[in-house]
Design a protein around this ligand. Sequence first.
Ligand code: GLV
Length: 321
Amino acid sequence: MKKIVVTREVFTETIDFLKSHFDVASNQEDRLFRRNELLSLISGAEGIQTGSGDQVNDEFLDAAPQVKIVANTAVGYNNIDVDACSRRGVIVTNTPGVLDECVADYAMGLMIAACRRIGEGERFLRSGQWKAVYFKQMLGVDIHGGTLGLVGFGRIGQAIARRANGFGMRVIYHARSRVSEDVEQNLNATYVDKSHLLQESDVVLLILPYSKDTHHFIGARELRQMKPRSVLVNIARGGIVDDNALIMALRDRVIFAAGLDVYEGEPALNPEFLELENVVLSPHIGSASEPTRRAMAMTAAKNLVAVLAHGQAPLNWVNPR
Ligand code: GLV
């Protein structure tokens, strides 16, 4: 039987499904392996189901010379050196589609939390500081009637736009490529260039892939282009925002607030974020609902089965030949 490795804990049904086809080494205890432990675990594997924290690079691929497919349990795959995989003929897959609505829900939550100071309010209450009702307490930024600027307008961006319509927001977007007029009309969304988006938006929401081209897409210069009462939300990837520049902008009130689910160098994050009241911080949980995480794990497993058990093309091929 072919050997498969699942590097992080997933749901039992996924392991059972894989076991019906393969010899499975899985990390159901969810140990945080040291790199050399992980590299020795994947030795001899023909398929590896990775998590977004696994760095798949030449060193990783050298440790698993028989590997034919790396199935990432995430839609983003910036943890994978796709060129290195392609050079060796290793198939890379991801999990698009199954998490769109879940992440879009979360984006709305983070946006509202940052605009309406929900985290700050909870900290205030829990620390026993709420002694009276003040009329001008915790004044936030309105969602309804505001302009939402989406950077990235793929499936998740469009799912957010649909929700924003329901909240009475005007939607503008910037992306590598413009969507069809039909889609724009259906979603009431207008394509604009980057500076226009930064200058017009009350909320700038990032939902674009990370790559060297999008590294520090938002830095000090971009933050200065935003309105003083605007809010930045990043549910995409750390590194798209220059975190040091953002910390300074939040401290100096260059913008009103931020909502972040991702960070440069996560799970470590710049501790200065913790000192700021005007930022809502969450630990990369945008797709973390139980049904969605079940669907993501099964999608990755189905890619392994298609390629290694049935000799078929994978369902979600990132680097087709
Ligand atoms: C989560 O961040 C994903 O890329 O699926």
